[in-house]
Design a protein around this ligand. Structure first.
Ligand SMILES: [Zn+2]
Length: 375
């Protein structure tokens, strides 16, 4: 499975300048090559190469690989359209291959720059560092908000899926980000508190911004603050999603269980429904997809099978007797069956329905995994 690892470079001031100059030079080369290609009406990579390679190498003092990459970038842009000359950003990313980028240790990388090769320290998460040995292909050098990053594609081997003894159903929600059929919920007061804090800060800033607009001032710095806030919130959410998905997958693996999820269409529909209900749903709504994605890829990496089920009425069906009625769902969090009168947390009820549907699915489809103890 291909995963992208993001590393943050920590260059010295002089190295920062070298990298920036290299990036700018590569951008200039792209623009020059693009001009040559457009003027000569030559748009295929090989043909462009023929007319520009030697002079571009000479003119911009770039490494061969960088010139080749610039040519391919230009050729790609003319695949989309040939009517107008393409222009490239001053600080667009550039691709490095193993000839001009090598990892020196677990925290240093050597990169080709206009000022020769530079060994630069980098930082990344502990988990990302573990993926680095699986580095495959090219690495992109990216300049964002005054800092340099490397995006490295790693081809990480998947574990052969186990044959599960059991299935854990997982329901994604708003108050509880995830609830599983064993009754465990993933989120807790802490996440809710932080979410509330972000929400309050944002409201305060938006209020300020609207006031200042009325008085004729430009609230640009406030918009900047709001943007920074939302960036921090996004990071927080991402981290939480990593923590939750890791716990879920570890639990499934320890219990030798597969994980059952509603198919994507179901989640999308439900989010749309909830969007109308409250602004808060909108905010957390987007994290469903990320959490689901994390659960899916971590399961694959760990050999935990994922079983997708039809999401229809998972929140209205009674997990005890199967009676389905809208009125069964008393509130966001309460479920009380009109038929058998069982009273249960609504999220747990839904996750149990998801779990039992997974058993039906696996029995019906020979493509899917076979469960040993299907009940
Ligand atoms: Zn019932």
């Amino acid at each position: 499975m291909k995963l992208i690892v993001n590393l943050k470079l920590k260059p010295l001031e002089s190295q920062h300048a070298d990298l920036l100059r290299t990036l700018e030079r590569a951008g200039e080369a792209c623009n020059w090559i693009s001009e040559q290609a457009f003027e000569n009406k030559v748009f295929k990579q090989f043909a462009i190469h023929k007319i520009v390679y030697l002079s571009a190498k000479d003119k911009f003092s770039l490494s061969s690989q960088m010139v080749i990459r610039a040519i391919s970038k230009v050729a790609d842009s003319y695949q989309i359209q040939k009517a107008k000359q393409t222009f490239f950003k001053k600080h667009g990313s550039i691709a490095y291959d193993s000839r001009i980028l090598t990892f020196k240790s677990s925290n240093k990388v050597s990169l080709w720059t206009l000022n020769g090769r530079q060994t630069i320290p980098f930082v990344c998460g502990e988990y990302q560092r573990k993926l680095l040995p699986f580095l495959k292909g090219e690495v992109d050098l990216i300049y964002r908000k005054g800092q340099f990053f490397l995006n490295a594609v790693c081809d990480v081997p998947e574990e052969h899926p186990m044959i599960p003894d059991n299935v854990i159903g997982v329901d994604f929600g708003i108050v509880q980000l995830a609830t599983d059929s064993t009754g465990e919920s993933f989120t807790g007061a802490f996440v809710e508190r932080v979410r509330q804090k972000f929400s309050n800060q944002r409201q305060l800033l938006q209020h300020k911004a609207s006031k200042q607009t009325q008085s004729g001032k430009r609230p640009r710095h406030i918009h900047k603050l709001i943007k920074r806030l939302s960036g921090r919130e996004k990071n927080f959410r991402k981290h939480q999603n990593h923590v939750i998905s890791k716990k879920l997958v570890e639990k499934a693996k320890a219990l030798n269980s597969g994980i059952a999820l509603e198919n994507l269409e179901g989640i999308r529909k439900r989010i749309e429904k909830r969007l109308r209900v409250s602004q808060r749903a909108k905010i957390s709504g987007w994290s469903f997809f990320q959490l689901r994605e994390f659960v899916t890829y971590k399961s694959k990496l760990n050999g935990v099978p994922i079983i997708l089920v039809n999401p229809k009425y998972t929140s209205q069906e009674c997990s005890e007797c199967g009676h389905t009625e809208k009125a069964n769902r008393k509130s966001q969090s309460e479920f009380e069956c009109k038929n058998c009168h069982v009273s249960i947390n609504a999220d747990i009820n839904a996750s149990r329905n998801i779990r039992s549907r997974a058993f039906v699915n696996t029995l019906q489809s020979s493509e899917n995994i076979v469960l040993k103890n299907a009940v």
